[in-house]
Design a protein around this ligand. Sequence first.
Ligand SMILES: [Zn+2]
Length: 286
Amino acid sequence: MSLDYLCEICSALTQPLFQAHGYWIRGCARCGHRTTQITVAPDHIEKVYADDYFLGGEAGYSDYFAEREILRSRGRWYGSLLQKFVEPGTVLDVGTAAGFILEGFQDRGWNGWGIEPNANLAEFAANKLGLRVQATSLESFRPAHKYDLVSMIQVVAHFVDVREALRVTTEVTRTGALLLIETWNWRSWTARFFGKSWHEYSPPSVLRWFAPVELESLAGQFGFKKIGQGRPAKSIGGSHAKSLLAYKVKSWPLGSTLSALTRLIPDRLEIPYPADDLFWMVFQKS
Ligand SMILES: [Zn+2]
């Protein structure tokens, strides 16, 4: 994130729009792309993605491990979706966490590798699940070979330097490889309806928000051409929904009452996520 607050996509000036969790959210005057105004500390990744993010609730997960089956079936869903474009090959899942989505890809015939900045999760994925997961960020990853697919499921909004991340993606993929990105759409009806209370305005873990056209423009600058777009069939676990809701409503009027009500949601319940604020795009490297 540049200190002079230029847009990461089109280099135009950005301006402060509103505050969320004590941070200014800025918008590009030309393309609209939104970013968090932040000076990223050297230990940003370690702090934001410490074990608390996956187990502590609030903006992260209340218990990431409880979502294994849901995430695995999401991996399967994407694994099948991508077969509309290519035969399964090698996949690098970026920000793979404990590797649950990666397991789903493998269920659909993909040959999987993963990287994850949280060392404990990477170790869990490697030692307990037997997956090829390495503890590293994409920016410092030096793979032994090039991949047929890079997947970034709800990851792109978190990169400290998104342009560097995409540059590395071009290096770790072969010509014709696919890039799958799933992220949040700040121009969706849901995001507009909630305005600054939209749950995804949760810096400092989330650093930027795209509309589909903005993501397409950014990926295009790195030689990735859009070949598909849609909305994921997503569901979330009860415990995750509960902690997200409790985190959100605590600042609202009647927040403590609402927060008490959210505790009634059963942990193991699988809740469909029908909102329109999440999208996926598939790109092909030219
Ligand atoms: Zn812009």
